[in-house]
Design a protein around this ligand. Sequence first.
Ligand code: FE2
Ligand code: FE2
Length: 472
Amino acid sequence: MAIAADYTEKIPNNVDLHEDRRLQRALESWQPNFLSWWDSMGPALPTRDVYLRTAVNVGREGWAHFGYVAMRDYRWGIFLADRKPDRRIAFGRHKGEPVWQQVPGEYRADLQRLIVIQGDTEPASVEQQRHLGATAPSLYDLRNLFQVNVEEGRHLWAMVYLLHAYFGREGREEAELLLHRNSGSEESPRILGAFNEETPDWLSFFMFTYFTDRDGKYQLGTLKESAFDPLSRTCEFMLKEESHHMFVGTTGIDRVVQRTVQLMLEHDTDDVVAHGGIPLDIIQKYLNFHFSVSLDLFGSETSTNVANYFTAGLKGRWAEERRRDDHVLTDDSIMVDAIVDGKPGQTEVAALVGLNTDLRREYIGDCQNGVNRWNRILEEAGIDRRLRLPHVAFNRKVGAFAGIEATPDGEVLSADEWERRKGEWLPTEVDRTHVRSLMQPVYERGKVAAWLAPPRQGINGKPTDYEYVHLA
Ligand SMILES: [Fe+2]
Ligand SMILES: [Fe+2]
């Protein structure tokens, strides 16, 4: 059922946009607003062109075309994964019924809300990363940053398409607001906390793409299960692009750890600051920060809203169809995080209200893989230190542990002691200043900044010293 993407149109798409003139006109009138947002809030570094991947279709061959593109001319298109014939709802009250091609009136408000929240994160990260180009550690890294940025822009398009196509006037208004809210803005900030934090340096960028883009993967995974088929198909295709973003994070941190280890061995010291490296202590603190703010994105441990979304079929679980249960969950229970006797513990609740916890746990398991990978680098170098994920109660602002302060081991601290000691676990001004001092741009072809190892491989089979970006 693959529909060929139409590239002759202003807005490339595989949804037969030309057949719906009203929708096409509405999106074409949103397009200039998007471009002026991109000009004022997108990558600040002037470039001539960038070696980028552009999605031109969703099929196995067509979805990733590589070539030099002037970023402003990137073909932000609308691509939905192919329709599965006879797809059925996999969970909840409507389990077994055919999926919906239109929005049922009773679920309209909830579906719109879910799409707006997802849509809000996509341009937010572009805004957060706006100035990173000024300090890129290599052309390879600069290209990866821009790749992530244009794709987050495309993900915004994906959500805006749904709002325009299925939610009428209200949907169009929400699409405008997605460009109106800005990361870190006083008057109209982005909806979720982590998307109002700064991404001031490349260590933060790698941590963000590892931990926060991975939250995106899990959220998209639940929406991919949706009974609302156009949302499901949109998210399925977004997930393909998302995996590159996490690759940037995983391998970015690999390279930082590798370089640190090299300097530690070379100079026989843990304190590689004087040698232009980032000590493991600082890497751990950045990891603690980004992991904990990303945990907050999953919301509180229990939620009746999320239970209702599940029962209604709007949002499933991660890998819903691989779960071996009744997919209705009315008789099941789950242990969720809670304060028990003044300490972090767990309590039993109905499975349906504990779905945020279920998703957060899947996410945490996935995050651990990266930590294991970085620890293998340490192990192979004969270094005893290990990186680790902090306790779920550490540095939380949302959910059961928002009201307490805890160490990365989960020990509860008084507010005073937390204030006194938090610099042991979270980046201090001194740490940030050191990291910032290393952020000198390296734009020379094939050269890489000294605080991280060079990449192992280039992009799309090109050599690592390829001229990935032509600066203006
Ligand atoms: Fe995205
Ligand atoms: Fe992403």
